[in-house]
Design a protein around this ligand. Sequence first.
Ligand code: ADP
Ligand code: MG
Length: 345
Amino acid sequence: MKLRKYILTVIIGITAMTVLSSCGNKENAAKEQPAQSTQEIFAMDTYMSLTAYGNNSEEAVNKAVQEINRLDAMFSVGNADSDVTKINENGSGEVSEETAFIMNRAMQVSEKTNGAFDITIYPLMELWGFTTKNYRVPESNEIAEALKGVSYTNVSVNGQQVALTGGSSIDLGGIAKGYTSSRVIQIMKDCGIEHAIVNLGGNVQVLGTKTDGSDWRVAIQNPASENSYLGILSTADKAVITSGGYERYFEQDGQVYHHIIDPQTGYPSDSDLTSVTIVCSDGTTADALSTALFVMGLDGAKELYRSGAIDFDMILFDGSKVYVSEGIKDTFSTDMDKEIITRQP
Ligand code: ADP
Ligand code: MG
């Protein structure tokens, strides 16, 4: 894993050096461009794949990779110079516009999900060893202590000024990849790309349709097996973002401990769902919602969908049945036992 990460880092380094400074560069326009360009990289602790079609696709993908590395450095809790590390160390300070934007969006989702999504979860991620991969099951008193600083109401964002009270510290891991996929799509658009698909470790976002005008077909992974799918979603211009306990976890004494923490208990969420996929035109919101709905469980997810407080569609799985929201009932095909969640109960 480490070697693979290293090799990929080298590839990214070489790619970054050859990237041109701006899209539409004349010299570059004159050069013949391939009709399709793909790159696979390792960033944000996950494998990513980016494909763009049409003229300028190679440049678009190169620029997108650069952007991913820039954002990774800005949001990573593992980087001593990141906005997030500085805020966690100092308790307050100025962050980039982008970090402020993500924090604001995170707060909106926290409010609409009664705190099921909460970026102040960081002390618990550390306690359970998810930040260092030195996993362990903490003592209950340690969890109680860490929970004291967990509340999104301790976060304030004023323009680019951010402050954390109550000893809180933050982790943008539940929302950063969604923002990143949105930025990647925007960069591709700026490069004149009309058809693209990016997959940031299971977080998919598509631009336009396929080149033949038909919808993209996005397979939703079955959490029970890497090689099987819950079904296929036909879609265009959407983020399709999945969260599940199966993505990152450790086992101890036959018990599985995963990385989605219930901010109420401090333990991995004891959700009745095994997978949550959000379909939404906004990648940032989709990512935060996928984590939140996992914590909220089936009833909470239904309630939020029906409230209309946020515009999204969803595909939920509880281990045996797939629940599909009304808005995508005709575009999601599955062979599994299925229930449609209507807007009106
Ligand atoms: P993935 O990172 O696998 O795509 P998620 O989008 O669900 O999955 O994000 C999980 C990450 O979000 C965790 O690794 C952690 O950084 C953070 N996190 C965990 N629980 C919560 C929570 N309740 N609210 C906000 N962020 C969380
Ligand atoms: Mg998420």
